[in-house]
Design a protein around this ligand. Structure first.
Ligand SMILES: Nc1ncnc2c1ncn2[C@@H]1O[C@H](COP(=O)(O)OP(=O)(O)O)[C@@H](O)[C@H]1O
Ligand SMILES: [Mg+2]
Length: 349
């Protein structure tokens, strides 16, 4: 069998560059080298593309990526590949932009295509689609920063320019505290704040708006965080579900990557009925955005009521050796290495 030339693109211009490097490191370690000739490609934070020379060394989280060589003719270099695995999280990697580049170059790539990637990256648009699909979500509102003010956008897309005070007052009347304020385009909890008062709400809106003009405010769900991995193009399967036990007040950036007290439980200790319901909803969510390849779909189970709320869909979930996506499939009988091969086959398909 002739080896396929596989590009593994990682790093990227988003706030999740470091996370991507760690994800890529485990993928590079686990790929089936009998099947694939691997071409690792690093995109630095400024957007320069490099050939990454593998040295088998383990990097500290956040350390500079060295051992790289400039790529002279990028398009030509990419066109020489049979398939690409974009192990990129966040803006310019998970949002449809790089997927558009690969479409133009006619190179198959792992994961969601342009539309699903951009919908999945934009929390507001994800919510609009999930509503349409009848998936249950916590109540939410959203605003867009406009000069020194904010545009409040209602459920019918009517716009109303308001001051920060007015926007916060309005939202505090329609949603209950605690609320979560998020930049619409973000990941790894960057820019996300939990707020308990009107004052905190105002600050959090201003803060989130520094990451993205579009800001989402959600009513908090008091409950457990459950995740489910999906895989497939047409015939989509769902893994067993896993639970996150954040070491912080919520699953913040630090709780995700720095606090070793954050724990996961796979499979989650919940009833089979609840687990099946979540798995079905995960597949529905994936299909509602026209997903392909893979996604991790995140939920809350509300304490007391056991009601399921969908939180978000991640079209390129974390892929470190301890990440939920590969772990949940491993627990469902699909080992990491085979999972990678399956994803690459789905891309070529
Ligand atoms: N509505 C909510 N209710 C309760 N917790 C929430 C809510 N929204 C977000 N969180 C907490 O904040 C974390 C990050 O929010 P999330 O929407 O998943 O953003 P990201 O895309 O950055 O992961 C979640 O994992 C969860 O711990
Ligand atoms: Mg999340």
């Amino acid at each position: 069998m002739e080896k396929k030339k596989l590009g593994v693109v990682f790093g990227g211009m988003s706030t999740e560059n470091e996370v991507s490097v760690v994800s890529a490191e485990s993928i590079l370690n686990k790929l089936d080298r009998e099947r694939y000739e691997v071409f690792p490609i690093y995109i630095d934070k400024k957007g320069n593309w490099w050939k990454y020379i593998e040295d088998g060394q383990k990097r500290e989280f956040g350390a500079e990526v060295e051992n790289k060589e400039k790529i002279d003719n990028l398009f030509q270099y990419l066109k020489g590949l049979d398939v690409i695995f974009p192990v990129l999280h966040g803006l310019y990697g998970e949002d449809g932009t790089i997927q558009g580049l690969f479409e133009l170059l006619k190179i198959p790539y792992v994961g969601c295509k342009v539309l699903a990637s951009s919908v999945g990256m934009d929390k507001v648009y994800t919510k609009i689609i999930f509503d349409k699909a009848g998936l249950i979500q916590t109540p939410y509102e959203y605003v867009r920063k406009y000069k020194d003010n904010y545009i409040y956008i209602d459920k019918n897309f009517n716009e109303n320019i308001l001051s920060l005070n007015e926007v916060a007052e309005k939202i505090s009347k329609s949603l209950k505290f605690p609320m979560f304020v998020k930049p619409s385009n973000s990941g790894s909890s960057v820019g996300v704040k939990k707020v308990e008062s009107l004052e905190e709400l105002k600050e959090a809106i201003e803060y989130a708006a520094t990451f993205d003009k579009k800001v989402l405010v959600e009513q908090g769900v008091n409950g457990r965080e459950i995740e489910c991995a999906v895989l497939g193009n047409e015939d989509v399967i769902a893994s067993c579900v896993g639970e996150i036990k954040a070491a912080d007040e919520f699953y913040s950036y630090d709780a995700k990557y720095k606090n070793e007290e954050s724990k996961t439980k796979i499979p989650a200790n919940i009833s089979e009925e609840l687990s099946n319901e979540i798995r079905n909803e995960a597949i529905k969510a994936f299909k509602s955005i026209d997903g392909k390849g893979l996604s991790r779909v995140d939920f809350f189970i509300e304490d007391g009521t056991n009601k399921i709320y969908i939180n978000e869909i991640n079209t390129m979930p974390g892929f470190t050796s301890i990440s939920m996506y590969p772990k949940m499939f491993e627990a469902s009988g699909l080992p990491y290495k085979e999972l990678l091969t399956k994803l690459i086959e789905l891309a070529i398909e």
